[in-house]
Design a protein around this ligand. Structure first.
Ligand code: GLU
Length: 442
């Protein structure tokens, strides 16, 4: 058995689509599992549509996903002479012929093209029944560039590819490629056509269903480990309902034969959940490093790293994506907060609040130690003195200092906000309540 050689062959005519990324991942996992090689081939023969920025983005996305390739990428645009020579050989054997400036390959006209697909089993095409197969195949276009089907066969044979793992949408190309292998005297690789990724409505995953570019997932704060884990489960499973599976374990357990034949439905909620699981597992310094760019993008620069790590710890259990963090933690960074309507209504339910906010501001202002424990102890004493329950006191105070009715642990939040902000916001809330009361409600 020759060692496994597979390739991922993107065309740089767009970003890295989530479906292509899954194809790349399955190739990569298979290669790593078999201790074979995973090559990258850039199918850039379409000069008009191929763009450097797409290529850069594809490479960037593959690197971000950790799908490292062996050797240097092969560029089809640099191999025209090789395709030309190969076409000449076919012409020499009268298996192909020039037609104006193009070259056509003489497709067999009768019989069947059959192959054993690793997932789908025997697949047969009756050559007399498929109109698209009846015509002689253009292998060189009149503009001097090779066609997809021809370049792919030349390259897969030349690169010694043992397994072609690609999307189901290429099944119909295989009967065009197999006669070329035969004519060229090459042994065909094993084909494995994997099902497409579908949207919730079971049609092919597209922009309608949500983000399709890997870069969009990256920007939205997906962790690459979580996305790799998620993509691996689209059409494959390690068994025993295991859902969280790290890279090394994936490599160890991945079996191409166990990929499902039917389309896999993309489920955004599941990806979010999985991402949350990976966020929880990160060490705080690591998670902090990953969150800093998202803060910077919002213009939140933080010089106190220890403070930031405490803040990150406070939110680690609450975020599902990195991009959520600046939103959820906004009130720590902005000077001014606004109360949302619902939250502000809470303020007017209890006539004691203006006084409670004032007293609390005074208490916090007088504290020497602004740590969570001290704040909690003193706050509880104040509540007792004011004759208020924890709920009666903490809930409105949370709105006062955060502007929101939901936040992480209150006392830790106050401590992290710092004395100045907490005191100022409580006083602002006291004034707000008095003013609204004077005006006769909200
Ligand atoms: N360039 C083709 C694509 O992006 C590759 C198909 C193949 O793997 O043969 O779909």
């Amino acid at each position: 058995m020759p060692s496994v050689k597979v390739r991922f062959a993107p065309s740089p005519t767009g970003f890295l689509h989530i479906g292509s990324a899954r194809t790349a991942l399955f190739n990569w996992l298979f290669a790593r599992h078999e201790q074979g090689q995973f090559f990258l081939r850039i199918e850039d023969t379409d000069k008009e549509r191929s763009k450097k920025e797409f290529l850069d983005e594809i490479l960037e996305s593959l690197k971000w996903l950790g799908l490292d390739w062996d050797g240097e990428p092969v560029f089809q645009s640099a191999r025209t002479a090789f395709y030309r020579q190969t076409a000449e050989k076919l012409i020499g054997k009268n298996l192909a012929y020039p037609e104006e400036n193009a070259v056509r390959f003489r497709m067999p006209k009768t019989g069947k093209v059959a192959f054993q697909d690793l997932l789908h089993g025997q697949i047969e095409f009756d050559l007399t029944q498929h109109i698209s197969l009846a015509e002689d195949l253009v292998i060189f276009k009149s503009d001097g560039s090779p066609t997809y089907n021809f370049a792919v066969v030349c390259d897969d044979a030349d690169m010694g590819i043992t397994h072609v793992i690609r999307g189901d949408d290429h099944i119909s190309n295989t009967p065009k490629q197999l006669p070329l292998y035969e004519a060229l005297g090459f042994r065909p690789p094993v084909f494995c056509h994997i099902p497409l990724i579908l949207g919730e409505d079971r049609s092919r995953m597209s922009k309608r269903h949500g983000a399709t570019a890997i870069r969009e997932y990256q920007e939205a704060g997906c962790l690459s480990e979580a996305l790799v884990n998620y993509l691996s489960l689209l059409g494959w499973s390690p068994g025993n309902n295991q859902e969280i599976i790290g890279r090394d374990e994936l490599i160890q357990k991945f079996e191409l034969r166990r990929v499902l034949k039917t389309g896999a439905v993309f489920n955004k909620e599941k990806l979010e959940w999985l991402n949350g699981q990976y966020v929880r597992k990160l060490a705080i310094p690591d998670l902090t490093d990953k969150l800093v760019p998202y803060l910077e993008k919002r213009g939140y620069a933080v010089s106190d790293r220890a403070w930031l790590e405490r803040l990150v710890l406070l939110f680690q259990e609450r975020i599902f994506s990195l991009a959520q963090f600046p939103d959820l933690a906004q009130f720590f960074f902005e000077d001014k907060i606004t109360y949302n309507d619902e939250a502000a209504k809470e303020f007017l339910k209890d006539g004691r609040l203006a006084k409670a906010f004032e007293s609390y501001a005074a208490l916090l202002e007088g504290l020497g130690d602004f740590n969570t424990k001290t704040i909690e102890e003193k706050s509880r004493t104040l509540m007792k003195d004011l004759g208020m329950s924890g709920k009666e006191f903490i809930h409105p105070c949370r709105v006062a200092v955060t502007g929101r009715s939901v936040s992480p642990g209150f006392f830790e939040t106050v401590s992290l906000l710092g004395k100045e902000k907490a005191v100022e916001r409580l006083r602002q809330a006291a004034q707000f309540v008095q003013k609204k009361r004077a005006e006769g409600g909200i």
